[in-house]
Write a protein that binds this ligand. Sequence first.
Ligand code: 13P
Ligand code: SF4
Length: 305
Amino acid sequence: MYSTREMQDKILQLKKENDICILAHAYQSHDIWEVADYVGDSYGLSLQAAKSPCKTVLMCGVRFMAETVKILSPEKKVLLSNSQAECPMADQMDADLVRQMKAQYPDYAVAAYINTTSELKTECDVCVTSSSAVKIIRNLENPNIIFIPDCNLGSWVSNQVPEKNIRLVHGGCPTHVRVSVKDVEKARALHPEALLLVHPECLPEVAKQADYIGSTTGIMDFAKNSDAKEFIIGTENSIVQHLQFDCPDKDFYPLSKDCVCHNMKATTLADVLKCVSLTGGEEIILPEEVMTGARRCLDTMLTLG
Ligand code: 13P
Ligand code: SF4
């Protein structure tokens, strides 16, 4: 039985020996952050996907993130840290439904949140992430846009880009929708001096009350650079711990104790050790036509974002 420190040392040694780069989403636990080559939000991870000089990339996150790396770096071997790590939002909509919407609204461009399957992306015009959505939607030529599948993120974007005619489709993140206005009232009453920082996947009535709305990286950067000393964090609760670790002179409180994504938490340090030992994880393999079709959508995101 290894200690956390021993496992981390072994991971650092093996990833070097086996030429593996570790990318981790911000919702991963701190012991995984410490062995990663890059930690960030979905947009940052997409940018890193093509940059790594290593032959193998290990994605500690959820499936659509590992698929994004494979599509942007087809020559690399890409591993998903734990094959159970699915994003439930990504499975809310399939390519057939998009085809039906396109037939019904032929004059609309289709913008897909990156939290979607690769097959669905082949039917869309562009991908967006929480940190790039406003800029990309503003930069799209078509004034008519169908935004899928997160209607909370979509409605936040829509308010900021009123010149576009945005049609939302019902869907969203089951973790962030657990946060309620009651949670805001309770947290504000307990911490009246604290700033409220919220992810745009939260319900609009929650986001409306925030002092700042942004992606996971956006929230962390805001808290680190702010002169304020107390913050209520309205996103997955691992961010509360990461911020407390990085800024010991400030205080961070979860907006809701229920804002925990069990899919992101499926990956453990032991999984990472198995992956860098080349005895675990799932290699991502996608059909050629899916790789090509989805790449177009992701490339447009990187160009417009
Ligand atoms: P970002 O890190 O891009 O804000 O995404 C949040 C999220 O829920 C990822 O699944
Ligand atoms: Fe999916 Fe929400 Fe979990 Fe992100 S936090 S992986 S969107 S379920």
